[in-house]
Design a protein around this ligand. Structure first.
Ligand SMILES: C[S@@+](CC[C@H](N)C(=O)[O-])C[C@H]1O[C@@H](n2cnc3c(N)ncnc32)[C@H](O)[C@@H]1O
Length: 220
């Protein structure tokens, strides 16, 4: 089983310090939400983000959306060889049941995330998605993997096909992919750093490369 963690993902509710910013207030009104119930999104909150520390990388739920669509619709997931988790910059972990079918539409995805942050688990009864306060180290400890790979542009260069074989040779590997648009992980993570290409890639490209090459090595 491959455990894929989208880590330090830029997914959060609008932080308190910018809740009265006009960009946030107008956006919340349009979406019929209170500002504190809305997911921060750099497309709409650009002006307000300038006032936040790390404002140039925050508010990117779109990265999580595309990564999750790629992972959950993959053959590896359909065949039961994949578990996907989202860890956020505020040390929350979202557990996602493999049978989850996420909304393709981005605005609907935002609505789902907003109700997840509000209720803790959605949809009621099925609880396909569940969020809890948990640092990345504790999530990895819970998974109890036989190895941890951190996808990193400065890691050891391994071709995607060979990396798929390495993953398939383990029982319970964890692969960590950064769910942010720029820069590096903010906190150290224990594991082997692996680069799949000599240049930076987008998180969703890394997710696809990892999964497809893992599938190939499994003979799926
Ligand atoms: C968009 S990148 C992060 C930003 C990147 N450091 C930059 O400044 O462009 C998102 C994540 O994709 C993964 N990633 C990016 N380039 C990679 C590469 N060449 N090989 C393996 N993983 C990579 C890393 O996990 C990274 O945290």
């Amino acid at each position: 089983m491959l455990h894929l963690i989208i880590a330090e993902a830029e997914l959060e509710l609008v932080p308190e310090s910018i809740r009265d910013h006009p960009a946030v207030v107008n956006y919340a009104r349009r979406r019929k939400k209170r500002p504190e119930e809305a997911i921060l999104d750099s497309t709409y909150h650009h002006a307000a983000l300038k006032k936040l520390p790390d404002g140039d990388r925050r508010g990117r739920p779109d990265i999580v959306h595309i990564c999750l669509l790629n992972a959950l619709e993959s053959i590896a997931n359909k065949e039961g060889f994949l578990r996907v988790y989202v860890h956020t910059r505020n040390d929350e972990v979202i557990h996602i049941k493999p049978e989850t079918r996420l909304p393709r539409n981005y605005n609907r995805f935002l609505g789902l995330m907003e109700s997840l942050f509000k209720k803790g688990a959605v949809p009621e009864g099925l609880e396909l998605l569940r969020i809890e306060k948990k640092p990345l180290e504790s999530l990895i400890e819970d998974i109890n993997p036989d190895t941890v790979f951190i996808m990193h542009e400065e890691g050891e260069l391994i071709r995607p096909r060979s990396f798929g074989e390495i993953l398939a040779s383990h029982q319970n590997p964890v692969v960590v992919v950064g769910g942010f648009p720029h820069g590096d992980f903010m906190r150290p993570i224990e594991g082997t750093k692996v680069s799949l290409y000599r240049e930076p890639l987008m998180a969703w490209t890394v997710v696809s490369e990892v999964i497809v090459n893992f599938e190939a090595a499994l003979g799926l």
